[in-house]
Write a protein that binds this ligand. Structure first.
Ligand SMILES: [Zn+2]
Length: 345
């Protein structure tokens, strides 16, 4: 594999881009870097320790790069990281608190001290000034693969276009989830942090502009590693599209399918666990993007009983439904989203 990557490099170095020989260096525990300058891209796996496909992708990339140095030449900077190594080694989502709720400078005083908060402080500098973040996740309930993209409604079209061109079109993904009101994590997820600390200007590569793309990719069920090969290939496509390294097949970009039909959703409601307890009802809460008709009971709080009913006027879609093992007081048990019309994207 390594040799195939390198064999394509002379064609690129013949162009106007300048490639230089680089060595892989570990800049913090389980964080590795190659090269310098822009574009700057980071690939994260294992921010949640039980989500295996992203961990496998990062490990494969590391293995490639280790075999390629000292001959490796790249133009730009690549950071690879395992998000939460202790959680990965134990096969659990987190140890003390969800790392993907800790990417926020304001956290500290009130937050539970623990491994994740300390780890977020190590990772946050690597999430700043990034042209591209690929944070690789999986879900705890079955799901179609989807991308969760950060930021407000304004500029959504441009952010999606960049994410699609650089990464998503190389994946078996047709679904995008937006959270402009930060109902999932109050703006403290990795991609939200990266988006808030993105470069002011688009990066110029080969005479064209690359707009920042900060992507959380949810590949499907967490225990399933079969998606890793496709994600690995899509990451290579991204590197090639950015002009950092050549694609192993020599292609700078993937073929367009010709009008992929994307579905966009936006989070509308969050439901947190309180002292009453909670259970899903009427068969809901089993998978992501499960459709709930308008004004339909999908869950209930217990003692005293209160049914949770979907909003009037549109179908709702359940996202990130939490099974009992993943619930904790004060934290969400799930969210509802609505489907966006084409004009809204
Ligand atoms: Zn995750």
């Amino acid at each position: 594999m390594a040799a195939r990557w390198i064999s394509k490099l002379p064609a690129l170095t013949a162009g106007r881009r300048s490639f230089s020989a680089v060595a892989l260096r570990e800049i913090a525990p389980s964080v590795w870097r190659l090269g310098e300058g822009r574009p700057r891209v980071a690939v994260l796996g294992g921010v949640h320790g039980n989500e295996l496909s992203g961990v496998e992708v990062v490990q494969r990339l590391l293995s490639d790069f280790r075999h390629m140095t000292p001959d490796l030449q790249i133009s730009g900077e690549i950071t690879l990281a395992i998000g939460n190594p202790p959680a990965v080694s134990r096969g659990v989502r987190f140890l003390h608190q969800d790392l993907n709720r800790c990417f926020c400078e304001a956290l500290g005083g009130d937050a539970t001290p623990g491994e994740e908060l300390a780890r977020a402080k190590v990772l946050m500098p690597m999430l700043r000034d990034l042209d591209v973040l690929l944070d690789l996740h999986a879900t705890n309930k079955p799901s179609t693969p989807f991308a969760r993209l950060p930021g407000p409604v304004e500029g959504r079209k441009e952010r999606f276009a960049s994410a699609e061109r650089l990464f998503l079109r190389a994946l078996p993904c047709h679904t995008v989830l937006w959270d402009p009101n930060k109902l999932i994590a109050g703006g403290a997820m990795s991609d939200e942090y990266a988006s808030q600390h993105a470069p002011f200007e688009a990066c110029q590569r080969s005479g064209r502009q690359i707009h920042p793309a900060h992507i959380c990719y949810e590949s499907g069920l967490a225990s399933d590693k079969s998606s890793a090969a496709a994600i690995y290939s899509a990451v290579q496509t991204c590197f090639a599209e950015l002009g950092i390294v050549a694609h192993p097949d020599g292609k700078a970009s993937v073929e367009d399918e010709g009008g992929r039909q994307w579905e966009h959703f936006e989070i509308t409601n969050v439901y947190k666990l309180d002292s009453r307890g909670f259970e899903w009802m009427n068969g809901y809460g089993t998978h992501n993007f499960q459709v709930v008709p308008p004004e339909t009971a999908f869950g209930r709080r217990l003692e005293p009983l209160e049914e949770l009913v979907s909003p009037i006027g549109h179908e709702s879609y359940i996202v990130f439904p939490k099974g009992e093992a993943l619930r904790s007081p004060g934290w969400p048990v799930g969210w509802l989203a609505r489907k966006l019309s084409p004009e809204e994207v």
